[in-house]
Design a protein around this ligand. Structure first.
Ligand SMILES: Cc1cc2nc3c(=O)[nH]c(=O)nc-3n(C[C@H](O)[C@H](O)[C@H](O)COP(=O)(O)OP(=O)(O)OC[C@H]3O[C@@H](n4cnc5c(N)ncnc54)[C@H](O)[C@@H]3O)c2cc1C
Length: 645
């Protein structure tokens, strides 16, 4: 059987035409509005309380809609966004260093290896400046310079300093801003907050998203919830690799269930591998730790020039060190984009010049910066990151260079959405990392927080009105056949997972799946490896359904059951990721195909054949997915071989 079939092309029918800097204004003007009295009559479900979902729920409630918000954590403020460290981009040009909306737009399209939509990226760059104002007004404590002005630093893929930050806790501070806005609306009775509730199915009625099935993770109760529109802000799926920098709970279930109900999944193979993570130290680990990209502002990346040099770093003299990023990419140096820095690290390790016990590591050295700026200055900027590193590795990074290695960090793929952030299911909107987003094949650092908050505070609250203007829609309740069926499907799946009663833990399957994915669909992919991975995933998935052991029952808190459902979905997603990676016979951004590289080892795109978004349609279990292509047009930033040299 074929791995996939090809269907009709797909177009973004909401994308406005005209000069790029006028498109967002025009779309907002042309989109329909909902008057305040009607907003009160409509309900919106928002799944997720991270930066995207938290900001969306707070803003929609502020506008007057009734909002029902869901998250699986014990509090909305524990969403994974809280982990974000380094910063958030905005084209404020406070530094007067040549930044502008156009430059942020340009850097992002180029950084994404020309696989994103120009209109969306321009809107993102425009809105970026509003985000900073919004967050400052909320009291987010961004770092400030001595004179009181907001401070900025550099992130990869840019030659300007446009990244706003709050020490190494930017996500936490931004999330507290969104959370207090959300709490205010909860207090006013405009948002019904449902923490510890997991969405396990989407309810589609007459072709429209009208609700979700949720499980109360404490009591096990399963209920159906209804609304005029549903927003998914459920984050990324990097944990399909088992080891990643994501929080352990991050999963694909919300978007995957929607995919099975008709929402196309776009570019699933685009995974970001972050170059600066603490290396894997053994097979006991269940999670990896990021060392923020901001550290590359002051840290210099190097390995010994000689292979197999096991001397301690302080015994390796300057002229025997290879500062390979500065050598290969003199214009951007240590601040090349993540895909490029990750591959360069892999290359030097493959050459046998890696450091540390496994040889899979490179140094990130602060000695020069400490000499130049003093330890206090470094401590003020990165203190919490240094402390985290020391606690995990037992080494003091003020004294010895950090050891770092690439790890899975972010997923650029996600549910396909149009310019209005609406999926292929009318009434289902997708924001933040959960959508296929504006980052193309590679996300530049500090752009996820920007996109999540742009979507939640500024884009969705405008575009969703165009859809809701036709509402309120006919009432639906738990007795509707679509709701009865969706609920029965959830109950049946839970019973099937419990009934296997096998001899292997969920984690053991997840770990093995992650190993297959990392080996064949990780930093480097090849046709042979991907075909092998597809076979291995299918075989392992069959075993999962025969041998998984989920202790306990569904009537209360059962973390094994929660994990089992998520891993079952990861299995299906993993297969689609490999098929997507296999069909994309080019290298671009985070998707590096061994067969497609330039003579000096850089990613070799094929714009003739692959300048499109791959939007996958689910057909039926066991049947091949259908590929729909959305052609990408470049009118302002013309695709060239990306160069950071
Ligand atoms: C360690 C780390 C550091 C990072 N640092 C930066 C940085 O400095 N700058 C930057 O721009 N980006 C950074 N990122 C990326 C960025 O943090 C994320 O992309 C972003 O926070 C995602 O936000 P989100 O709102 O889309 O999703 P999340 O914050 O992941 O929130 C997802 C929400 O959905 C809920 N949810 C999910 N599934 C379900 C379900 N089935 N039912 C109910 N609820 C569900 C969860 O409970 C949660 O509330 C970092 C990422 C990591 C891992």
């Amino acid at each position: 059987m074929d791995l996939y079939t090809e269907g009709d092309p797909i177009a973004d029918t909401k994308a406005p035409e005209g000069p790029i800097e006028t498109r967002w204004d025009r779309r907002r003007f042309e989109a329909k509005l909902v008057n305040p009295a009607n907003r009160r009559k409509m309900t919106v479900i928002v799944v997720g309380t991270g930066l995207a979902g938290g900001s969306a729920a707070a803003t929609l409630a502020e506008q007057g809609y009734r909002v029902k918000s869901y998250c699986y954590q014990d509090s909305p403020r524990r969403a994974h966004s809280i982990a974000a460290q380094g910063g958030i981009n905005a084209a404020k040009n406070y530094r007067n260093d040549g930044d502008s909306v156009h430059r942020l737009f340009y850097d992002t399209v180029k950084g994404g290896d020309f696989r994103s939509r120009e209109s969306n990226v321009h809107r993102l760059a425009e809105v970026s400046v509003n985000i900073i104002d919004q967050c400052v007004a909320q009291g987010v404590p961004f770092a400030r310079e001595y004179g009181g002005l907001l401070d900025t630093r550099s992130f990869g893929g840019a030659q300007v300093q446009r990244t706003f930050y709050a020490r190494g806790q930017t996500g936490q501070q931004l999330l507290l801003g969104a959370y207090q806005a959300l709490e205010r609306q909860i207090g006013l009775g405009n948002v019904e907050m449902n923490a510890r509730h997991e969405m396990l199915e989407l309810i589609v009625v007459d072709g429209k998203a009208r609700g979700i099935v949720v499980r109360d993770m404490v009591t096990g109760e399963i209920t159906t919830e209804f609304a005029d529109a549903v927003v998914l802000a459920s984050g990324g799926y990097g944990n399909v690799f088992y080891l990643s920098t994501n929080a352990k709970g991050c999963n694909v279930t919300a978007t995957w269930r929607a995919h099975r109900k008709g929402a196309y999944f776009a570019n699933p193979c685009y995974t970001q591998i972050h170059p600066t993570c603490i290396p894997v130290s053994g097979d006991h680990q269940s999670k990896l730790t990021l060392m923020s990209e901001s550290l590359r502002n002051d840290g210099r990346v190097w390995v010994p020039k000689a292979k197999g040099d096991t001397r301690s770093p302080k015994d390796i003299p300057e002229d025997e060190r290879d500062y390979y990023l500065e050598r290969i990419y003199p214009s951007f140096g240590n601040l090349v984009p993540r895909d490029i820095a990750s591959r360069a690290a892999k290359n030097v390790c493959d050459e046998g010049r890696g450091v540390g016990p496994t040889g899979l590591g490179v140094y990130l050295d602060f000695a020069d910066a400490i000499n130049r700026l003093g330890r206090k200055a470094i401590e003020a900027k990165y203190g919490n990151l240094f402390e985290m590193y020391e606690r995990i590795t037992g080494e003091d990074p003020y004294e010895v260079p950090m050891r770092i290695y690439p790890a899975v960090h972010y997923t650029m793929g996600g549910l396909w959405v149009d310019y209005d952030l609406q999926s292929t299911i009318p009434g289902l909107f997708v924001v933040g990392e959960a959508n296929f987003s504006d980052h193309g094949a590679n996300r530049l650092g500090a752009s996820a927080l920007m996109q999540g908050l742009a979507d939640g505070y500024f884009v969705l609250p405008n575009t969703i009105a165009n859809y809701l203007a036709a509402g309120p829609f006919d009432k639906v309740d738990a007795s509707h056949p679509a709701a009865v069926q969706a609920r029965a499907d959830v109950e049946d799946r839970i019973q099937r997972l419990l009934a296997v009663n096998g001899d292997r833990t969920v984690d053991s399957f997840h770990r093995e799946l992650g190993q297959i994915m990392w080996e064949h669909c990780g930093m480097e992919r090849s046709a042979t490896g991907l075909r092998k991975a597809i076979d291995e995933i299918r075989a392992l998935r069959d075993q999962f359904w025969q041998r998984v052991r989920v202790p306990g029952n569904g009537e209360g808190l059962n973390q094994s059951l929660e994990k089992a459902g998520r891993v079952a979905d990861f299995f299906e997603l993993a297969e689609l990721m490999c098929i997507d990676a296999l069909h994309r016979e080019e290298s671009c951004g985070g998707h590096f195909r061994a067969e497609h590289q330039t003579p000096d080892g850089e990613a070799e795109r094929d714009d003739e054949r692959f300048a499109y978004v791959a939007a996958w349609e689910f057909t039926a279990t066991g049947e091949p997915s259908v590929l729909h292509k959305e052609d990408l047009k470049f009118e302002y930033v013309h695709p060239t071989q990306r160069s950071y040299k």
